[in-house]
Ligand binder design. Structure first.
Ligand SMILES: [Zn+2]
Ligand SMILES: [Zn+2]
Length: 496
């Protein structure tokens, strides 16, 4: 029998989901209720942070980040200290000790490979992380914080569109390397600022793309630092990358090193000579008195610093998170300017061949075995995200400091969920309905009540489930709004 003409296609369902702010590409899982013997297919949101992939999930992720930013900015009490080092998932401070990325921690670094401390006035650093309170002559007290934007230097003059005026002389190599290692330069900035500001400066920072495709840093900072000090620190901060040199191409794609097996790794295919391993290459670098860092970088002269009072925080947080749901390479569109598209293509091409990390397959091109070398590595085909045209060298976008809010992203998510849950419970919703099929719900014998398995959905199941979740979201939303209104009314109605 022919389907009626009003059949909803998968594309229709996705578009509806986006407008109803429901995940349009959920993973579907079958859940077997062992108490009732029934089965149901349940959609799990995809959790993407990118609008182009899933508008609903990206929006949700952005709101949680804004919430996290908001919560730490004007803290008046010291946050709880995380109990163990790995308790945050995205701690920018780790980057300060990045040199030993292989993670063994055993490597003894020569003094030369350590960063020189810039010649800056140093204050004794207190453990304080909250901002100081100032009292105006009027007696009014305020606790100012800061919003900072730091940029990278020029790689050549650009048009308003972001495309270079002289593509032939634009320094794409430097632009690509600066993008790849920008978060490390930022890490240096924070540790230098702490030394000079005299307190344990905390920040919530986001790496965004400028029109020219270079990353820049937006940061909310708790507490105020004198502008002169801040400027001095930015100007003095540098980052030196102590990696083996990758200036010279020793193995081009027509003659690649060969894998000899797990004992020795890669060798020259003509001479059979083994390539130095990552560790050997680093040791050579340490022992060479004339060695130079593979790359040295600094911030550009453009620096924007603003004092922000709590009353204006909302606006600044929205600005900070404005492009979070877009990839670096898709942040700005070219308004049809083909030169801009060519510019990003050229930057992407440069990034294709540069080593992104110690494990990058591109090291073979420069005659070094990547860290943890394995068979099948081909230069120019590293799968790490830094090489993607969407990312243009930048893989970590949100870098909060460890003591920003004293909470992890998961805790912030849980906080949000808890607010919604409490409101719905207060409105008389069923607890089991909210807990629907959670792994923590058990049978009397203590075993999980719900058993989950993956499902590959057919078209009709997919459409039905997405439409169901739209309906469910609308129902919950209505109940949530009604419950909030009822709560507000009862608060207002209460005598003072
Ligand atoms: Zn989604
Ligand atoms: Zn790579």
């Amino acid at each position: 029998m022919a389907r009626p003409d009003f059949t909803i296609t998968a594309d229709d369902a996705r578009a509806l989901a986006a407008s109803a702010r429901v995940c349009g590409r959920p993973m579907l899982r079958r859940v077997h209720d062992r108490a009732t013997g029934t089965e149901e297919v349940v959609p799990i949101p995809c959790g993407s942070t990118r609008e182009a992939v899933c508008p609903a999930c990206a929006r949700k992720a952005r709101i949680i980040r804004m919430h996290q930013c908001q919560e730490g900015w004007h803290l008046t009490d010291e946050p709880e200290r995380p109990t163990h080092a790995n308790s945050t998932d995205d701690d920018g401070e780790d980057l300060e000790d990045e040199d030993d990325e292989s993670g063994s921690g055993k490597r003894s670094r020569s003094t030369r490979r350590r960063q020189n401390l810039p010649d800056l006035p140093k204050l004794k650093m207190s453990d304080r992380t909250v901002g100081q309170v100032f009292t105006a002559p009027s007696g009014r007290q305020f606790r100012p914080s800061m919003f900072a934007t730091c940029t990278l230097p020029s790689y050549g003059p650009v048009h308003v569109s972001g495309a270079p005026k002289h593509p032939g002389s634009y320094d794409y190599r430097r632009a690509a390397l600066d993008a790849l290692h920008f978060s490390k330069l930022c890490g240096r900035l924070w540790s230098n600022l702490r030394r000079c500001a005299g307190f344990n400066v905390q920040y919530f920072s986001v790496i965004e793309a400028q029109r020219r495709g270079a990353p820049h840093l937006h940061a909310t900072i708790r507490g105020a630092i004198p502008r002169a000090t801040f400027r001095q620190v930015v100007a003095a901060t540098d980052y030196a990358l102590w990696w083996p040199s990758f200036d010279q191409v020793l193995y081009d794609t027509d003659r690649l090193p060969e894998w000899t097996g797990p004992d020795h790794g890669y060798a020259d295919s003509d001479t059979g000579e083994l390539l130095p391993t990552w560790r050997q290459a680093l040791d050579r670098l340490d022992q060479d008195p004339d060695a130079k860092p593979a790359h040295v970088m600094r911030f550009g002269a453009q620096l924007d610093l603003q004092g922000v009072i709590p009353e204006h925080a909302d606006q600044a947080v929205r600005y900070l998170a404005k492009y979070l749901t877009k990839a670096i390479g898709e942040t700005h569109d070219c308004d049809g300017d083909p030169a801009f598209g060519r510019h990003l293509d050229r930057l992407h091409a440069e990034l294709r061949w540069l080593p992104c990390s110690p494990r990058c397959a591109n090291w073979l091109r420069y005659g070094v075995q990547p860290d943890y070398a394995k068979p099948g590595l081909i230069p120019g085909q590293c799968r790490m995200r830094a090489h993607d045209r969407d990312n243009l060298g930048v893989t970590r976008r949100v870098l909060p400091s460890r003591l920003w809010s004293g909470k992890t992203v998961d805790q912030h998510k849980a906080d949000r969920a808890q607010v919604v849950r409490q409101t719905l419970l207060a409105a008389g919703m069923d607890d089991l309905d909210l807990d629907r099929m959670a792994a923590t719900v058990t049978l009397p014998d203590g075993t999980p009540r719900f058993a989950w398995t993956d499902v590959r959905p057919d078209h009709d199941t997919y459409v039905r489930l997405v439409l169901d979740s739209i309906g469910e979201r609308q129902r919950w939303r209505a109940q949530y709004e009604a419950a909030k209104t009822a709560a507000a009314v009862s608060t207002v109605a209460q005598p003072p």
